[in-house]
Design a protein around this ligand. Structure first.
Ligand code: ATP
Length: 361
């Protein structure tokens, strides 16, 4: 009888640099998996522009159902703004986050030496609510969260629910508990008294179950300033969708840019999606300039999270080995990419990480 793999994972390249950084992430994760006897069955699936050309849809029929039978997936960046207009050309990732109820987007920011970080001691995680808030393509189940009653007026609505706030707060509290036990709520309840007010209220209610975690709060505009001035004072940050979208890009700017900004989308279940913060970067696609770190680290987070969730020690160990190999590679200016002060490219950086994994004791 054939042995069952430990994990079955979908691989969806996305668009543009996705075709470079996703294969890099899979190659690196496979090398780490091999090292630790972790058996991963990777299942490549079409998505985005290529899928539109071959299957008539950027999210081909059956994709969600097939993914649902797996443990999770790696999703590359989606370049939906360049899709030709037509019925099959939709932005797939909000649909996926919603379908799998991946309501928390966990985005770490960490300094590494010599790569152009603005500080050398940043280590924070922003947990962004993923499925409601201001984003009109995902805050309703039908129609859109913005509309135009007359030619000269547009109304955009922001959705905040007690349940949505409570569950994202709990993800952040759990994470804070495993780290430095400090959670910062970011909001603007001074103006959005009802919306942000509800978010903050639910966060404090959830925090009662985590007495070991210290909770404080910062108004979002102050947060934008403090992230630049004293990012070291933050451990875990939780915030609503749009604030989180903006602050995570700002945080990426502190540590070398979007190539250094990984992410993992999770929910209540045992299923997760690795998705870097960056977009598909059409300006550098095909040039070999794409920094694979963000996508690789997102995949590392996926292995670590699934390993802990499903009690697969080999997956947690493989993630640790990936982390060490990437740290070693980031210290090598010849291997790392130009955006982080290196002389290398996607291929050299990927090869160096794989070599470090194979060398590891
Ligand atoms: P989206 O709105 O889809 O998130 P965006 O408008 O934020 O996309 P990106 O595609 O993320 O834009 O690119 C923004 C800039 O960052 C571009 O100049 C791009 O080249 C750069 N960039 C993004 N990702 C990487 C990466 N992995 N390596 C190097 N540079 C990157």
């Amino acid at each position: 009888m054939m042995k069952e793999p430990h994990l079955v994972l979908g691989v969806l390249n996305g668009d543009d640099i996705g075709h470079e950084v996703v294969p890099a992430a899979v190659a690196i994760a496979s090398a780490a998996a091999e090292k630790h006897g972790l058996d991963i069955a990777w299942r490549p699936m079409p998505i985005g522009r290529n899928a539109l050309d071959t299957h008539g849809s950027t999210l081909p029929e059956g994709t969600l159902e097939t993914l649902a039978k797996m443990n999770g997936f790696v999703l590359g960046p989606i370049g939906h703004r360049d899709y030709p207009k037509g019925p099959g050309a939709i932005n797939p990732h909000p649909i996926m986050r919603k379908h799998f109820n991946l309501f928390a987007n966990v985005r770490p920011t960490r300094s590494y030496p010599d790569i152009g970080c603005l500080y050398d001691d940043i280590d924070l995680v922003i947990v962004r609510e993923n499925n409601e808030g201001f984003q009109p393509d995902r805050n309703v189940v039908a129609g859109s969260g913005e509309f135009r009653p007359s030619e000269d007026m547009t109304i955009s609505v922001r959705v905040i629910t007690r349940k949505g706030s409570d569950r994202v707060a709990r993800v952040a509290l759990e994470l804070a508990r495993s780290r430095r036990k400090l959670l910062t709520l970011v909001h603007k309840n001074t103006v959005f008294k009802l919306g942000c007010g509800m978010f903050v209220e639910e966060c404090y209610k959830a925090a009662k179950d985590y007495p070991d975690v210290t909770v404080n709060e910062v108004i979002v505009d102050t947060m934008a300033m403090r992230l630049v001035r004293d990012p070291q004072s933050f451990d875990v940050v939780v915030t609503t969708n749009m604030f989180g979208d903006i602050l995570t890009d700002e945080a990426a700017g502190l540590v070398g840019g979007l190539g250094m900004a990984p992410g993992l989308c999770i929910g209540d279940g045992d299923f997760a999606m690795a998705q870097a913060t960056h977009g598909s970067a059409p300006d550098i696609a095909g040039t070999g300039k794409a920094n694979p770190y963000a996508m690789v680290d997102s995949t590392r987070m996926l292995l670590d999270w699934l390993g802990r969730r499903h009690k697969i020690a080999q997956a947690v160990e493989a993630a640790q080995t990936m982390e060490r190999a990437m740290t070693a590679t980031l210290a090598d200016a010849k291997a790392r990419t130009g955006d982080i002060r290196g002389q290398g490219n996607t291929a050299s950086m990927t090869a160096a990480v794989i070599a470090a994994i194979r060398r590891a004791g």
